[in-house]
Design a protein. Sequence first.
Length: 409
Amino acid sequence: MKSEEAETPSSAEQLREALIVQLRELGAVRTEAVEAAVRAVPRHVFVPQVSLSEAYAPERAVITKKDEDGVDVSSVSAARIQALMLEQAEIRPGMRVLEIGSGGYNAALIAELVGGKGEVTSIDIDPDAVDRARRFLAEAGYGRVNVLLADGEEGEPVHAPFDRIIVTVGAWDIPPAWVDQLAEGGRIVVPLRVRCLTRSVALEREGGHLVSRNYELCGFVPMQGVGERRMQLVVLHDEPGDEVGLKLDDGDRVDAEGLRTALAQPPVEVWSGVTIGGMEPFDGLDLWLATAVPDFARLAATPSARDRGIVAAASPMGISTLIDKDSFAYRKLRPTSPERTTFEFGAFGHGPDAQAVADQLVEHIRNWDREHRSGRAVFMVHPAGTSDDQLPAGRVVDKRHTRVTISWP
């Protein structure tokens, strides 16, 4: 139940100012234009089911709908992620913008950025999401936003072309409609999932393909409709509360029975000598491993499974894992100081070739440290059917409509 504490316009404005300060500190708000948009839009109007303090918490995503299996299918994303993507988009006054995935709040921010001479169209496949977005946009004073019921796979041709297309649901591929509806010099910002990892990638057309200008770590509810493609989960241990599984993507196949047997065998530990500060991000390492490892997966496990010694690390999102037939190894961290301010990367291997796969994973970690730790990958998206000799060097991931490459300098 909401408290009756400061549920007033003045307290909402104060919380909005505090949010801006936090988003600046987090590096999510970087320009005056995005700051002004965050200041102008009353976020709490779009999430009335939570308190004011929750509405203006920078990392708080508000789930608005689940499917029959309890999976989140609609949400108002965390303010930090929304601000990051708007900065990636570099929206200017007068632009025409398509938003794929309607929550209402983000469309209002975009409306502030394009101004009175711009146009915002927001589409969603879920009638509930469309109705909700229309209602709250009107209440907040943004009734001029076009909110339409449509499958995001097809874009929205009536209001095209678009200077910017911003996708606010997790996408496994880039449909041709998005590229066709992009204006000359336009940009697509999309949470693109490649090899189990999602990055918000800003893409621009370059010749007959798309090239990334930047990318950010993110997480989103999955796209629904024709473009839906969820990750596979191979269960390795299914005792209630102690579940362990491997998340797979992009049509990958594994020896499930062999890997279940492997998990039951004692692990082999290998440590890399590569360290990291306690507050230092290492999502770049995970992206490098997804690029470098031929058979890549994410090991998902409950804290109870870790506490009982079934695995050495736990994460519902998954931990980077190398698979080699009936053996596998996953990334592990251990503190290197009593204060736990620095940590060392290592690998835990399971299976008949546990030592070899753990050694392989550690060598990839060392390679990242030597050659790519300060680097940034480049994503390229070519049409399906593009021949190998027309693709850059790097990991190639084939999808329904495209061939995605991840290359490192």
